[in-house]
Design a protein around this ligand. Structure first.
Ligand code: DI6
Ligand code: FE
Length: 403
């Protein structure tokens, strides 16, 4: 019998493939083979072809999961908001601070003032924290520039991270994150700028894979959201939405009906919205870091999402104002403790379903033949440990594209 050549082989591993009928798609005595950065085999040792590998790694019984995917972050911004944290602890509300010129607008000021190199350096620090816990793909939104040049600057930094660091980056234009001071009281005019010249500029430079809108009373209306999405779709970009975080404006349903990849936050989502998402195949991205940090009390309707079969992804929402969180493992723990996800759902939320939320379900998110060989190797006895501990990192190795 002949042997099959491969670049690299991982043996004596337990696999959480996140595919197949078993819990976690688990395989007790598993093998992964990679060639050219792709998985050419992931399955039981007993069924594996005889491989001749350039390099063999004995995993000593450790667990391998797909590399983690953080599908919703605002990683690139200037400054920080620690002072507002102090103010909130002295009784000021998020809205009080925003009205006093703080909030998102203080991050906008700092982001506009920062150079690309400065933004790269601070985002890179945060990215290292994500990677240290097994992240191999990250989505990065703009949204703290809020003018054409500053939004483009942030997205250029995000693209540069993807080129210079061993991580896959998907970029999202969130020009419609807040109404900038120059457009105070004229959100419609600003939405038209985003849907027109800003989108044109970003597309001309190839800076965005998707477009997101913060649809909320304090941000953009469903009508303004629709305008931006229609323009994005006309340019061939994917759409995503921040919806139903603080109130229910029906944004998730609107986005689903327009074919959105995901609707994110969703604390105030109703069953009508859940059904629209199920019909469209739109992923629900829940963000327990923001829920925790804002001390919200209304939870996303996890039971309804399960009932209607909407895939649930989980992300850090890493941002300076409402989720200064750069730990995917703590995010999984919070998904379980705060939203009552199971540890298996939490892991699926940062692998298989997160891939779908980025439109990358054929590329990453499970350990299956043909996908990119993005792996996280963990020093654990069972996969539930990833969501169980608080502040403990059992990562043994992180592999991207087989390296
Ligand atoms: N929802 C949020 O919680 C953040 N953005 C969003 O769309 C707030 C971001 C900030 O306060 O800086
Ligand atoms: Fe967000």
């Amino acid at each position: 019998m002949g042997t099959t050549h491969c670049d690299r082989l991982w043996t004596h591993a337990r696999l959480a493939t996140m595919a197949g009928p078993e819990p976690y798609g688990a395989i007790e005595d598993g093998v992964i083979a990679a060639s050219g950065g792709r998985i050419v085999y992931a399955g039981p040792r007993s069924e594996a072809p005889a491989f001749a590998a350039d390099d063999t790694v004995d995993c000593g019984g450790r667990w391998i999961t797909p590399g983690l995917i953080d599908c919703h972050t605002h990683l690139v911004y200037g400054g920080d908001r620690a002072h507002e944290f102090e103010m909130r602890l002295q009784g000021a509300s998020y809205e009080d601070i925003a009205r006093a010129g703080g909030g998102i607008l203080s991050s906008v000021k700092a982001t506009r003032a920062a150079s690309e190199d400065e933004l790269f350096a601070t985002a890179d620090r945060r990215l290292s924290e994500l990677m240290r816990e097994g992240v191999t793909t990250v989505e990065i939104k703009s949204g703290y520039g809020l003018d054409i040049e500053s939004e483009a600057k942030v997205l250029r930094v995000a693209r540069r991270i993807g080129r210079e660091r061993p991580v896959t980056v998907r970029t999202t234009l969130l020009g419609a994150h807040a109404v900038p001071p120059e457009y105070k009281g004229r959100s419609g005019d600003y939405a038209a700028l985003v849907a027109g010249p800003m989108l044109d500029a970003v597309v001309a430079e190839g800076l965005a894979d998707a477009v997101d809108v913060f649809c909320e009373g304090i941000a953009f209306s469903p009508e303004e959201t629709r305008l931006v999405f229609a323009a994005a779709k006309a340019k061939g970009l994917a759409i995503k939405i921040h919806a139903e975080q603080l109130s229910n404006l029906g944004g998730a349903k609107l986005a689903a009906q327009m074919g959105a990849l995901s609707a994110d936050h969703l604390e105030h989502l109703d069953e009508d919205g859940v059904i629209a998402m199920a019909q469209a195949g739109t992923v629900a991205v829940v963000l327990p870091g923001a829920f925790y940090f804002l001390r919200e009390t209304v939870k996303p309707p996890i039971e309804l999402l399960r009932k209607h079969g909407v895939p649930i992804a989980l992300a850090t929402d890493a941002n300076p104002g409402t989720s200064p969180l750069t730990s995917p493992l703590l995010t999984m723990n919070m998904g379980c403790t705060l939203f009552r996800l199971t540890p298996e759902e939490a892991l699926a939320g940062m692998t298989r379903h997160a891939a779908r939320a980025l439109g990358l379900q054929d590329e990453i998110g499970t350990l299956e033949t043909g996908k990119a060989c993005d792996l996280a190797i963990w020093e654990i006895e069972r996969p539930a440990e990833l969501a169980y501990r608080i502040g403990f990192n059992p990562l043994h190795a992180r592999i991207r594209n087989g390296q």
